[in-house]
Design a protein. Sequence first.
Length: 494
Amino acid sequence: MSKEVLLLVDVLAKEKNLDKDVVFQSLEKALAIATKKSFEGETPEIDVIIDRNTGKYKTIRKWVVVSDIDFYDDDKELSLSDATEKYGEAEIGDTFEEEINNIDLGRVSAQTARNIIAQKIKDAERDQVLNEYLSRNRGIVIGKVKKFERGNVIVDCGRIEAIILKNDLIPKEVLQPGDQVKGYLDKANLIIKNGRIAISRSNNGFLMKLLENNIPEVASGRVEIKGIAREPGIRAKIAVYTNDNRIDAKGACIGFRNQRIDSVVAELAGESVDVIDYDPELAQYTMNALAPAEIESIVVDEEKKMIEVIVADDKLGAAIGHDGVNVRLASKLVNCVINLFGNTEAKNIHNDERTNLIKMFNSLLDVDDDISEILVDNGFTTLEEVAYVAISELTAIEEFDEEIATQLQERAKDKVLSKNILYKDDMDKLANQLHEIVKFSRIVLLSLVEANVKTLTDFADLSGDELMEIISIDLDTANKLVLKAREMSGYFNE
């Protein structure tokens, strides 16, 4: 029988111009299917392994170990208790194998074998064509619209077909059969659906490749694309930079009479593209990103990744953009939350915050408005800052001598200590529930408890923005901590 197997493999490999291993795999699959059919009323898990040198083969039946609660299919599963009793040691997820009698090769359905081998040939040919295509492709796929399937677009690219999924199309773009269309092929995250490669017109990579293809300075690397933010079909912003003083990065991308950028826009179904200069200084980068907005003042909190921008009242609409698109894209580009305010609104907010801080210091430190105003005007916003700042920072304030500074700090420390004692149980409980997620300092725990965040569930109920308002933390970290808390508290099990 072993010689028959080797002879059969050799004949099929030559006849179909296939690698012998492909034929071996086909026979293994055919034998496994035939073996499964011999188990009347059962659906076992079967593997057949053929020795490539001798042609001998063995048949293996497999069971996977599951918990006693999850056990329901004894054809291919073993409960943990049964596995432990039978094999001595077992863990959930273990696989146990048992060699069983081989089925006669002659009993394998000829039609079954033919179908499996034919499919293997088709798969091998498709893989060969696909690999050749991918080796030559540089990221942009060009083809003609062939047909539509449930909102997806099938693209004929010659020897292969591509598919643009509905979510990867540019919104409101109208394509017709026969239209030439381009799409981005992400080789690093290759997706193949029914033998078709998935491409995208909404991915940032599509815009990047269009820029490379239309702008020689980008293709050569002399102009770097530092960032891309897109709302497909509406607007995009790209940040560009160069170390070559002889090149105007922005001008190189726009081109003479906008020719270069217009050719990119033409491929994006009219999506407008703003080119801005990248700057290593976050404040300047933000001002560039918000163009054409005219900015009057900007305050950057790099730790929290928040930026406050003030513009003239009559310029606020232009800065925000239609439906907020300008500020949204700018936020994505600089990777920070940008809060835009008109002059009047900013002044009112600042006055309200200042009034509240003065009242807070008046109450907690038992001082009058004059002292509280001095603290606020010198940047103090919390009791903890007064309690734990270096005494030299307080004495450096012109209106405070050493005696006043010392007295203020002692009052602040006493108040903080009192709050720590008052909220100790709540802080310990919260710390214990959060210890697998993050280990906060006592100061941070106190801030959370004072904000009525006393349990893991309370923490999970917060949004990232709300957590940022309570403690000094950036938005990305805040979102990750909240998400982890939700996972641990069972949010996603409901």
